[in-house]
Design a protein around this ligand. Structure first.
Ligand SMILES: Nc1nc2c(ncn2[C@@H]2O[C@H](COP(=O)(O)OP(=O)(O)OP(=O)(O)O)[C@@H](O)[C@H]2O)c(=O)[nH]1
Ligand SMILES: [Mg+2]
Length: 825
């Protein structure tokens, strides 16, 4: 027999954790409500006939948000064989509210009281036997995180499903029961008996969706309306509130007999931490410090080292295994540089000949002897000046060293026995992928176009993207830690005070936060926002924040044009946030977005140490989806790009082009055709225009495209970039690509969530327009300050800013009263 078991419970009660434990799946878990927004199915371990469904968290069966609708429809329409109701033991009273409703569905229910590990630590005792007796269904205490009791809970649920015994109903107050009995009689008596009660209660509450579904006749409605009115008069309250109250009274009674708190009145550790972290004045500064640390660690320190290794080692010439020998080699190479420089400046041809490592006849002993005698011939106070070229920027500088420096260099060279200038001499040298593949292609006598496709197209493009994976993994790891320890939920709370001012809910922070990994789940996470207007606004603005895919090109601009300053990446996040805020304020004052503010309802989960597994899983999930994209979409588009850039017209004939002839390529033609659009932004060259287009396929492509378009020539990509962009135009390029329409996949997500072509078009047009305006202002105003004044451009920029300021500050009538009440007590 096939058994369907649904996991239902309040948000953040641990359903997905339990689901993962029961099915061995790897669903995303986060310590804040609203992580799961769609139902997920899996087979129970060792029971291939038992299907477990993980549902989004719900507070009640009266849906207010989209994911609550998902959960309710599943329970009512698909009717699982049993419900495993996950109850957060640290929040028993609130969680039982849903339980009372689930018990009315006529489906067997088993209750799993979760988080028992935390409950025990706080000195609370929950008497599960008594709870089971009072509710009339099985109660199991578990810790989904620690894996304790999870199988027992599943087995109880299977048993309950097999027995098919629904939970005995708990009675409401006399006159309410009376009215419900009438309703059952009048409206639902032809339904299966166990389903009647839930529908009757819902009709009593005048639930529109249920009334609509049952399609009751006008007569019946009038008839029952009389009963409901009578009860409402008696209680002097509306029907929905009467039922809510009744439930809480019932729960209150249960709690009294099953819940014992030894440390009543004391502040828990979580409360103590919250006193500081969510403090009115300290909350925001703490948040900023934490965020800066996260990006400093991931982008600057650890991240940069790892990225250098990927870019210069794995996807470059190669690297020393475990880094052994690197320092020694660098010292040696530096000494050789100084010796050659000094020899050049002294015109010592013999020494230069002896140090010719390229020569077949290089003789280490002879080189050592020459170096020794040269060192003996200089005086400590001698000075020699020679030219050196910086490998990264190709900048040529004069360097002056003293005779003492020459002697030190000679000592190092002699100590290293005159080894040639070759890293492989100093440790186990692992060649980089391009080197290995290049040798292999050469050995196989591959045709030129194939080598070019593989080396310059695929490996260069995909390598440029994958090079940023280590950096991103570090970032995701830190974010996952903050999420699962509970701090992220506090941020939403702290930010709500601010977000509220510009028309977003603090809950918008969660989509934005998830959006730092990838915009697509970020856009989907907006489903937790009850208010339609807030939700649309969040969908439109979430992708302003730099997602994982935008990190590489931000890092590239920072490195190539701004000398790797950590402020560039940090500023990208602040600009993303500012764009969201400014858009929020401006849009809120337009008709489609005006309206009453929605109430903020979010519980703050208790802090806890995340498990390593959860943190790693979340890091891996985000990282892997990035790598997968690099392997598919990006691979495909680099091939297309390679073709477009390596083929074109020379003297009217269509042929394959050499690296230097890229200006004749098909891509150049396309880029040239549209580059004028971007001229006011300061980067009207075809390469940058093309990179922005390929960025729409996937933002990672911007780096790959730049690598193909600027790399491969005399200069490194970065050096080429530094020569094309100034600080101002580079920043304008960065901001435009940060804020303009996201990748096609994310546009698809916007379409799905907006559920309207018109809104989708509006969102994308708004994003592109906004990006264009901001980038234009940056370029024109920045240009005016750096000696590139363009009078017309400056006037346009000032007018645009004036318009935005007007939109920001124009007065408008704001409803400042909540007209809808908070539904959760
Ligand atoms: N200490 C402790 N933490 C737990 C336990 N079970 C789950 N958690 C944590 O509670 C948080 C929420 O877990 P999820 O499984 O995402 O909760 P959910 O019910 O699926 O939440 P939504 O999808 O938002 O409805 C995570 O940080 C879990 O690590 C438990 O037994 N003990
Ligand atoms: Mg979940």
């Amino acid at each position: 027999m096939n058994i369907k078991i649904a996991l239902a419970g309040n948000p953040n009660s641990g359903k997905t954790t339990l689901f993962n434990a029961l099915t061995g799946a790897n669903q995303f878990v986060g310590n804040w409500p609203g992580v799961t927004v769609e139902k997920k199915e899996g087979k129970l371990k060792k029971h291939s006939d038992v299907t477990i469904t993980d549902l989004p968290g719900i507070y009640s069966l009266s849906p207010y948000t989209m994911e609550e609708v998902v959960a309710r429809n599943y329970l009512i329409d698909e009717r699982p064989d049993a419900i495993l109701n996950i109850v957060d033991g640290t929040n028993l009273e609130r969680n039982l509210y849903l339980t009372t409703q689930l018990c009315e569905l006529g489906i067997p229910v088993v209750i799993a009281v979760n988080m028992m590990d935390v409950v025990e630590k706080t000195g609370v005792r929950i008497n599960t036997e008594e709870l089971s007796r009072q509710l009339g269904c099985k109660v199991v205490s578990i810790s989904a995180l620690k894996g304790k009791g999870v199988m027992d809970a599943a087995e109880e649920a299977i048993k309950a499903a097999e027995e098919k015994k629904p939970v005995p109903k708990h009675p409401f107050d006399g006159s309410v029961e009376h009215a419900i009995a009438h309703i059952e009689e009048a409206c639902v008596h032809d339904m299966p008996e166990e389903e009647q009660r839930w529908y009757a209660v819902k009709i009593f509450e005048r639930d529109d969706k249920v009334m609509e579904k049952l399609n009751l006749s006008k007569e019946t409605l009038d008839h029952i309306e009389k009963d409901i009115k009578a009860v409402e008069e008696e209680y002097d309250d509306d029907a929905e509130s009467i039922i809510t109250n009744e439930r809480y009274v019932y729960i209150g009674k249960i709690i009294n007999s099953v819940y014992k708190n030894k440390q009543k009145g004391q502040l828990s550790t979580s409360d103590k931490i919250d006193k500081i972290v969510t403090n009115r004045w300290l909350g925001l500064p703490i948040f900023m410090v934490v965020m800066f640390l996260v990006y400093y660690i991931s982008m600057v320190t650890v991240g940069t080292a790892a990225t250098d290794w990927m870019n210069d080692g794995v996807f470059g010439d190669g690297f020393h295994l475990f880094g052994i020998g690197t320092a020694q080699y660098e010292e040696h190479a530096d000494a050789i540089g100084k010796l050659t420089g000094a020899a050049e400046s002294a015109g010592n041809e013999d020494l230069l000949a002896a140090l010719d490592f390229e020569s077949e006849k290089y003789d280490a002993d002879k080189a050592v002897t020459s170096v020794k005698s040269f060192a003996a011939s200089v005086k400590d106070s001698d000075e020699s000046t020679f030219e050196v070229e910086d490998e990264e920027t190709l900048e040529v500088k004069n360097e002056t060293i003293t005779g003492k420096d020459v002697k030190d260099a000679a000592e190092i060279f002699v100590k290293n026995e005159g080894k040639p200038d070759d890293p492989a001499e100093f440790g186990v040298w692992v060649p980089g992928i391009p080197v290995i593949v290049g040798n292999w292609l050469e050995a196989a006598n591959a045709p030129e176009w194939l080598s070019s496709l593989i080396l310059d197209g695929i490996i260069a493009g995909v390598g440029a993207v994958l090079g940023f994976v280590p950096q991103m993994l570090v970032l995701f790891l830190l974010l996952a830690f903050l999420e699962s320890c509970g701090y992220m939920a506090r941020i939403a709370f702290v930010l709500d005070r601010i977000f509220r001012r510009f028309g977003l809910s603090g809950k918008s922070f969660i989509p934005i936060l998830i959006g730092t990994g990838c915009g697509i789940p970020g856009i989907m996470a907006s489903r937790t926002i009850e208010n339609e207007r807030d939700r649309r606004m969040t969908i439109m603005t979430t992708t302003f924040i730099p997602c994982g895919a935008k990190v590489p090109f931000i890092a590239m601009i920072a490195g190539a044009i701004f000398g790797g300053s950590p402020w560039v990446a940090t500023s990208a996040y602040f600009i993303g946030m500012a764009a969201i805020i400014i858009s929020g304020i401006m849009l809120k004052k337009t008709k489609p977005f005006a309206g009453e503010p929605a109430p903020f309802v979010m519980e703050l989960p208790a802090y806890h140490w995340p498990t390593l597994g959860n943190v790693l899983r979340s890091m891996w999930e985000r990282g892997w989806s990035f790598i997968k994209k690099a392997g598919t979409i990006i691979l495909l588009s680099t091939i297309v790009l390679w073709f477009l850039s390596r083929f074109g017209w020379v003297d009217g004939a269509f042929t394959m082009l050499g690296e230097e002839e890229i200006g004749n390529s098909i891509l150049a033609v396309i880029g040239n055709g549209i580059a004028w659009i971007f001229a006011p932004l300061g980067w009207g060259n075809w390469q940058a225009a093309v990179a922005s287009i390929t960025g729409l396929i996937a933002k990672e492509n911007i780096v790959g495209t730049m690598g193909v378009l600027y790399g491969g020539g005399e200069m490194s990509t970065w050096a080429a970039l530094a020569s094309v962009f100034t600080g101002v135009t580079g920043f304008s390029f960065l901001v435009f690509n940060l804020l303009c329409a996201p990748c096609f996949a994310a546009m698809g997500a916007i379409r799905r969530e907006m559920n309207s072509g018109k809104w989708t078009a509006f969102a994308i047009a708004y994003q592109c327009g906004f990006a264009y305006v901001i980038a234009l202002c940056i370029n024109q105003i920045g240009g005016a300050f750096t000696g590139n004044l363009n009078v017309i451009g400056l006037i346009v920029a000032i007018l645009l800013i004036a318009f935005m300021l007007y939109m920001l500050f124009r007065p408008y009538k704001e409803a400042n009263k909540l007209t809808k009440d908070v539904k959760i007590k």
